[in-house]
Write a protein that binds this ligand. Structure first.
Ligand code: C2E
Ligand code: MG
Ligand code: MG
Ligand code: MG
Length: 285
């Protein structure tokens, strides 16, 4: 009898129980308010570096949410929530606006002239008016599109709801935005896509970097991606580089750029600025 009342039974009842006083929906409301008030949200920046000499290659903007009682909540948990409940488009607009303002400030202060990369959710391509929002923010802050890179994951590229993604990416790139495929190797993008899509850069997912150089499968995958990228004339940024052994392996395999804790963590604006100013002073003649 226990078997007959098995899993299906309890599964069917669980969702309805969870809807009442759903902590996720509560969190969503709090996120909506945080966005409306412009408080609690902040963009952190993580620097990217050329492997051969360590100089600055770019920065990735990474969203942070300081919840009043729960502390810092990871974007890996609140971004999917926003995506599921119609908040991602507005959240994405906020990121675009703030990133453009930051690029303008850094250029004006002479702090940094490398592109800032923002993460673009599939939802922004499906629901929102991404192109219009990008154009408006760039114009408002007098920032050239070349200074605002767009990171898209492979799942975004394959999402049919985003319309003719290839045409839209061509238009964005014609405007000057550099385009990167994020978390490369973890999705299902076929090699045919790489040939068709107007992409500048692959970001090799941290999953392949973590166990380098010991794990021979990861080493083989990494070498193959780098060889393919060379043939297609695409840049590669290795994500999640934490150790000198990983860096040395990537350098030996001809990887051009890295991003990871070995170089820098995602930091608040003031901390990035302080570090970049210090580095600039060090390298003064
Ligand atoms: P992602 O775009 O792949 O960003 C890289 C993630 O790896 C970041 O996590 C970063 O902090 C982390 N990371 C960088 N270097 C290292 C390292 O050496 N070791 C380890 N262990 N981790 C490293 P974070 O900031 O928690 O962001 C997680 C994900 O949330 C991002 O992955 C991205 O998919 C999403 N996300 C963050 N900000 C935004 C945003 O503004 N818009 C959208 N749509 N998604 C965002
Ligand atoms: Mg990213
Ligand atoms: Mg990534
Ligand atoms: Mg990732």
């Amino acid at each position: 009898a226990a078997k007959r009342h098995g899993r299906n039974h309890s599964r069917r009842f669980r969702p309805s129980l969870e809807v009442e006083g759903d902590p996720q929906l509560e969190l969503l409301n709090e996120l909506r308010q945080a966005l409306a008030h412009g408080t609690q949200l902040e963009l952190f920046y993580q620097t990217q570096h050329y492997l051969d000499d360590g100089r600055l290659a770019g920065m990735e903007a990474l969203l942070r949410w300081y919840h009043p009682t729960q502390g810092m909540i990871s974007p890996a948990s609140f971004i999917p929530l926003a995506e599921r409940h119609g908040l991602m488009s507005a959240l994405g607009d906020w990121v675009i606006e703030r990133a453009c303002a930051q690029v303008a400030a850094w250029r004006q202060q002479g702090v940094s002239f490398v592109p800032v990369w923002i993460n673009i959710s599939a939802v922004q391509l499906i629901q929102g008016d991404l192109e219009a929002k990008l154009s408006a923010s760039l114009a408002k802050y007098h920032v050239p599109a070349a200074m605002l890179g767009l990171e898209l994951t492979e799942s975004v590229l394959l999402d049919e709801r985003a319309g003719d993604i290839s045409a839209r990416l061509v238009a964005l790139r014609d405007k000057g935005h550099p385009i990167a495929i994020d978390d490369f190797g973890t999705g299902y993008s076929s090699m045919a896509y790489l040939k068709q899509l107007p992409v500048d850069k692959l970001k090799l997912d941290r999953a392949f970097v973590r166990a380098l150089p010991e794990d021979s499968a990861d080493a083989a995958i990494t070498s193959a991606v780098l060889a393919m990228a060379r043939g297609l004339e695409l840049d590669v940024v290795a994500e999640g580089v934490e150790t000198e052994e990983q860096r040395d392996f990537l350098l030996a395999q001809g990887c051009a750029m890295v991003q990871g804790f070995l170089y820098a963590r995602p930091e608040r604006v003031a901390d990035v600025e302080a570090r970049l100013r210090r580095d600039a002073e060090v390298s003064l003649p």
